[in-house]
Design a protein around this ligand. Structure first.
Ligand code: SRM
Ligand code: SF4
Length: 623
């Protein structure tokens, strides 16, 4: 194995008060930390077992439609929320976190705030408001998520209310961005390049709206209802609190206990699988007939989270169960959500996603139950265009003679570093040209509806801020994704976002040496097996195992229709590229015409790949 170390800068200094976390520590390229240098020990995976999950169920039911004691918690002087509040906060789009770069005894709490942005569509003002909030209350960075949302990190408790109010003021919400509800609905990101794209977007937005929780709790806790509360006398306050406690169920779909677990929905344009439709609890593949939107092929039971060494947990691709005409979309999807609500496992959170219900029941029983609830049979799936993962980077023409430009954002982190002033540059561009903004499932950003005449000026601005044009970036980097992991994610076992760029630096050199630099290769890394950057459908999946070690998965298909499989476990970070090198060499030598890397790995199989790695382990590779 090569002894070459992966190198990056040091984590940055502590943040200026009163922010928590820091722009450099979060998202900054980071050197491989050897175990003895780490400040934190490995975290447990943190997924809840049976005992804790019934605890979460209890908290939801006792929470009076997501109220709990949030108002009281918010007013007390503690830096954090109590355990009940911490769980309920998630439904409001907020995670209580700790800066894991700091010592455990420094119990400084900070919060991640996630905006729910259906289909990743933002106006220029909405983007600029997030940019401002990141500076004012966050750690100075914005994080585009793999589900087309935006996260602010490092917000302190006393700033939560102002942050959420500001998001509400721009007509967005954080409600249901997290929690046991239907999460942000995904959609292919490109602006209309076909007349039906607008129709698909309309239907997806209607669906997202229909599945939003109905509780008033969000308003009461974060928005204007508080003004009323503050003007009340002590007795009137007590009465108001009691009234709230007696609130009857406000949630016709979710009920008092909400869903057993998170629930994810995503839709594609024909032929585009950038959202990884097979990884969604409900995946919708748009079917266009006679130039109009006929409806969607329906996939059910996708989901990627797993736990190392627990084979009863696993990633699963959605099963194709039928076709839904446009007019029945909300009805059918709501019925599926209701089946999961009524039958999903509420005793064990590791077994609570709908994929396990479908496997426990068998697909036939699941579909029979759906049809029983609907009172009619699902139509058979219709013929669909082959799918592929598209990035939409660089300049492209829209339908309406306008243009859009896709900017590649490494691991979704919008921040300013010495060389690249991405955050300042995007702000300047959005202020100057007022484009539409679309966040992509590959963690990139599209600036849309631009006049063709501004193209040269926009290119100059990108240059001035040091932002690389997509043509200057390798495919390996453009198709890569990493989850945030350390220092913000409480479940991270290993680094992810901060080390992947260095792995790609080394990989780029190997690919270049072998003449493979133009291959479309997706490399996705996560700091634990939960799968937030969807590593199990990538050509190469790197999944945090412990400290600096990763499980290496190979063999996904670039259209997202095949899971990869575990090739090597506990690979040290420094060895990832050396382990891949002989496999890449064999791929170059033995691939079939036009065969992609993931397909080659799946065809050859792990056993043979293992033999190849052993053969070339200590040898210089023939060229
Ligand atoms: Fe995720 C939990 C970040 C997409 C599967 N995810 C978390 C938490 C909230 C950690 C926690 O529970 O304490 C992470 C916050 C870290 C931080 O500091 O920001 C986190 N997940 C993310 C994001 C930000 C990753 C990213 O790189 O963008 C994505 C936010 C999307 C959004 O806007 O809603 C994100 N998470 C995903 C995806 C991908 C997807 O949905 O397309 C998955 C795999 C698909 C799936 O759900 O099956 C995913 N996240 C999980 C899981 C495992 C769920 C399971 O079924 O086992 C957890 C842990 C859990 O729920 O217990 C988790
Ligand atoms: Fe955290 Fe990454 Fe694990 Fe998701 S995959 S829970 S962001 S470490």
């Amino acid at each position: 194995m090569s002894s070459k170390k992966i190198k990056t800068g040091k984590p940055a200094l502590p943040p200026p008060a009163p922010r928590r976390g820091n722009a450099q520590g979060v998202g900054q390229r980071k050197a491989y930390l050897s175990p003895d240098k780490r400040k934190d020990g490995p975290a447990s995976n943190g997924q809840a077992g049976a005992k804790r999950s019934s605890g979460v169920e209890h908290i939801k039911i006792a929470g009076r439609n997501l109220r709990g004691n949030l108002l009281e918690n918010l007013r007390d002087s503690a830096e954090c929320f109590d355990e009940t509040g911490k769980q309920l906060l998630k439904f409001h789009g907020i995670y209580q976190q700790r800066d894991r770069d700091k010592k455990k005894r420094d119990k400084e709490y900070m919060f991640m705030v996630r905006s729910r942005i259906p289909a990743g569509r933002l106006t220029a003002d909405q983007y600029l408001a997030h940019d401002l909030l990141a500076d004012r209350y966050g750690n100075g960075t914005l994080r585009i998520t793999t589900r087309q949302g935006i996260q602010l990190h490092g917000v302190i408790k006393t700033h939560l209310k102002d942050t959420l109010r500001a998001i509400n003021d721009i007509l967005l919400t954080t409600l249901a961005a997290c929690g046991d509800v239907v999460r942000n609905t995904m959609l292919s990101p490109a602006p209309a390049t076909h007349p039906v794209h607008e129709a698909i977007e309309r239907e997806v937005n209607r669906l997202a709206e229909a599945l939003l929780p109905r509780t008033r709790a969000y308003h009461e806790v974060w928005l204007d209802d508080d003004k009323v509360y503050n003007s009340l006398s002590e007795t009137a306050r007590e009465r108001a609190l009691n009234d709230r406690r007696e609130t009857t169920n406000e949630e016709p779909l979710y009920g008092r206990a909400y869903l057993p677990r998170k629930f994810k929905i995503g839709a594609t344009y024909p032929g585009d699988n950038s959202i990884d439709v097979y990884s969604q609890d409900v995946g919708l593949v748009a079917i266009v007939e006679n130039e109009t939107l006929a409806g969607f092929n329906l996939l059910a039971g996708g989901g990627l989270g797993m736990t190392h060494k627990k084979p009863q947990t696993y990633p699963r691709l959605g099963s194709l169960i039928g076709f839904v005409p446009v007019l029945k979309l909300i009805e059918v999807t709501s019925a599926i959500v209701a089946i999961q609500r009524d039958h999903g496992d509420r005793t064990d959170r590791r077994h609570a996603r709908m994929k396990y219900l479908i496997d426990d029941w068998g697909l036939d029983r699941f579909v029979r139950e759906l049809e029983r609830r609907l009172g009619y049979s699902l139509e058979p799936p219709r013929s669909a265009e082959p799918l592929q993962n598209n990035l939409y980077l660089g300049w492209r023409k829209q339908l309406n003679e306008r243009w859009f430009f896709g900017v590649s954002v490494e691991n979704g982190r919008i921040m300013d570093t010495d060389g690249v002033r991405l955050k300042a540059g995007l702000k300047a561009i959005v202020e100057r040209f007022r484009p539409g903004v679309r966040l992509t499932p590959n963690q990139d950003i599209l600036l849309t509806d631009l006049d063709g005449a501004v193209r040269a000026e926009l290119n100059d601005l990108l240059d001035a801020y040091g932002i690389a044009s997509p043509a200057e970036l390798s495919n390996a980097r453009k198709y890569s994704m990493a989850c945030p992991a350390l220092p913000t994610c409480g479940l991270a076992l290993s680094e992810s976002e901060r080390v992947l760029p260095s792995v790609i630096d080394l990989l780029e050199k190997e690919l270049e040496n072998m003449g493979l630099q133009d291959e479309r290769l997706s490399i996705r890394m996560t700091g634990c097996p939960n799968g937030c950057a969807r590593p199990y459908v990538a050509d190469i999946g790197l999944v945090g195992r412990s400290l600096d070690r990763y499980a290496l998965f190979l063999g996904g298909r670039s259209d997202g229709t095949r899971l990869n499989s575990l090739f090597k476990d506990l690979v040290p970070l420094d060895d990832i590229v050396p382990v891949l090198r002989p496999v890449l060499y064999a791929f170059r030598k033995d691939r079939q015409a036009g065969e992609q890397f993931g397909n080659y790995c799946a065809r050859v199989g792990n056993e043979e790949l293992d033999r190849i790695v052993e053969k070339y382990r200590s040898h210089a590779l023939p060229t």
